[in-house]
Design a protein around this ligand. Structure first.
Ligand SMILES: *Cc1c(COP(=O)(O)O)cnc(C)c1O
Length: 414
């Protein structure tokens, strides 16, 4: 969460809470747009397809559309969100894996979209081979270091066509009528080293050269996927986007010199676009002293912020509204939700200003892979989402789930 967002938010937070109650995620429109504009400025030749799964809220997606970004979708509901916003076929990448026939049919309907196949077996399965086809490439042992704990090493990932099968995949697609080609990869997550991502583009360009020389085809685009990291800990350095842009530009120019053409470059950032521009606001409802000190809050991890429950090392910084080291004594606490699951803890052994019942806690960097990962396990319902608009106005962009929502799939509640 940027200092700027924090300052703007904290000034009006008591009023927001009075109007909407707690808990809620709130997103910073100005921050999201600033990040998008920065991508456009530093990488003017690159087209961003926002990874919808990171934050599938129409209000967030509309900002992406406003910047002429496309959408990376991997399920029918995500596809429907993009189409609800009247995205054009070229503005949707469909990157599903373990794909069903129903998903292919849906992807091909409505003017289609850019179809990204995850496996060689899918060539036969696609009901109709589109003219433009893309494969997700998995380099296997060629790239091992740096993929990180979220996604694992390429050889451990379920995604993509292995190096040894990639030429054959395009060959089969050509036999079924494909005439235009793209290549995609996504092998890292929350990667803070720009070199790894620049190297990924180079890797794709090398794959293109290899495939082209075997099959005598040209590629329209390469898609470097998502995976750009954002700092979660205070003091951690930002991802160096400008260095990555320079590195990528060098490889692209080199390719153009050798091959006489320059394919388009796509990327699919999720976390980088929205991660730092969201915060979960929650109230302390219980102070308890057990084998350790406990701050109980009115949000639960599994419903509102699953990341902190399933990834041991997923740190989310926490601040307390109106309290810090300069004006409050400090203590070491665990910050917990209400689920009957011991991993429903937003923070363990965290050094925080002394929190009392009623205090407001800000759990930072929840703008990507936040609420959307939540579940209703244990009857915990998902909280509301708010948007801090650029003009300072706050609006609700998703209501909290109700018992009726929870019940709706079991009984007809009408
Ligand atoms: C999740 C995902 C992304 C976005 O990942 P981030 O790490 O949030 O940038 C992009 N592309 C695909 C195919 C994904 O599955």
């Amino acid at each position: 969460m940027s200092k700027d967002f924090e300052e703007r938010l904290c000034k009006i937070l008591p009023d927001i809470i009075k109007e909407f109650g707690t808990p809620f995620h709130i997103y910073d429109a100005a921050g999201i747009i600033k990040t998008g504009e920065r991508i456009k400025k530093l990488m003017p030749d690159v087209k961003e397809y926002f990874a919808v799964k990171a934050n599938p809220n129409l209000a967030v997606m509309q900002f992406m559309q406003g910047m002429e970004f496309g959408f990376d979708c991997s399920s029918i509901p995500e596809l429907n969100l993009a189409r609800f916003l009247e995205s054009k076929p070229d503005d949707i990448m469909f990157s599903s894996n373990n794909t069903s026939l129903e998903e292919f049919n849906e992807a091909l309907a409505d003017g289609g979209c850019i179809l990204n196949l995850d496996d060689i077996s899918m060539v036969k399965k696609v009901p109709q081979m589109p003219e433009l086809i893309c494969f997700r490439y998995n380099p296997g042992k060629r790239r091992s270091e740096g993929s990180n704990f979220i996604i694992g090493e390429p050889t451990e990932q379920k995604y993509g066509v292995p190096h040894e099968k990639i030429v054959e995949a395009y060959k089969l697609a050509i036999e079924r009528g494909a005439k235009r080609f793209g290549i995609h990869t996504m092998i890292c997550s929350n990667q803070m080293d720009w070199r790894y991502l620049a190297e990924t583009v180079k890797m794709l360009l090398e794959a293109i050269e290899m495939i082209s020389s075997e099959l005598n085809i040209e590629f329209e685009f390469l898609n470097m996927g998502g995976g750009i990291g954002t700092p979660y800990r205070p003091g951690q350095e930002d991802f160096n986007l400008s260095a990555m842009a320079i590195g990528i530009n060098y490889s692209m120019a080199d390719f153009a010199k050798r091959n006489g053409y320059r394919p388009k470059l796509f990327m699919e950032s999720g976390r980088y676009m929205t991660g730092p521009h969201g915060v979960l606001v929650t109230r302390c409802i219980n102070r308890m002293s057990k084998y350790f000190e406990i701050v109980g809050v009115d949000a639960s991890g599994p419903s509102c912020l699953m990341r902190s429950c399933i990834y041991d090392s997923a740190y989310h910084h926490i601040t307390v509204l109106g309290k810090d080291e300069t004006n409050s004594p400090m203590e070491i606490v665990n910050v917990v939700g209400s689920l009957c699951e011991n991993n429903d803890q937003f923070a363990k052994e965290r050094y925080l200003p002394v929190v009392e019942g009623g205090d407001i806690l800000l759990i930072h960097n929840t703008g990507a892979h936040g609420l959307t990962m939540g579940s209703n396990y244990n009857g915990r319902l998902k909280c509301q989402e708010l948007m801090l608009c650029s003009d300072g106005f706050v609006k609700r962009i998703r209501r909290a789930e109700t018992f009726k929502d929870y019940f709706a799939t079991q009984r007809n509640c009408d």
